[in-house]
Design a protein around this ligand. Structure first.
Ligand code: SF4
Length: 105
């Protein structure tokens, strides 16, 4: 019976130590996520064809959010999709409160 209690205590201590290590790692390696990238990725056609010159729709979404390119580079994107993305990006703010101006044509 004494061995069982010791084993349970060791497992509890190990669990607490591992949990603490994971917590510290999550704080130390926290990456700020710009939610606009995910939103724009979902608004793009999703073909991941690479015709825009980026490795998939998420690559173009990141470039758009970073203000590096215009939406014209996505050829499969329909006019209503372009308008929605431009409207969203021109009004949404990033994690630091910054905005980006995107051109659709
Ligand atoms: S061209 Fe458009 S559909 Fe193709 S990968 Fe780029 S963003 Fe996606």
């Amino acid at each position: 019976m004494g061995n069982l209690v010791n084993v349970i205590l060791v497992m509890l201590v190990l669990g607490c130590v591992m949990g603490l290590i994971l917590f510290i790692a999550s704080v130390a390696f926290h990456v700020e996520v710009d939610e606009r990238e995910e939103k724009v990725t979902g608004m793009l056609p999703g073909y991941n064809c690479g015709a825009c010159g980026y490795p998939g729709c998420s690559g173009l979404a990141k470039a758009l959010v970073d203000g590096e390119t215009d939406l014209v580079s996505c050829k499969p994107c329909k006019p209503d999709q372009r308008a929605a993305i431009v409207d969203y990006l021109n009004n949404a703010t990033g994690p630091n409160g910054e905005k980006v101006t995107v051109r659709s044509i």
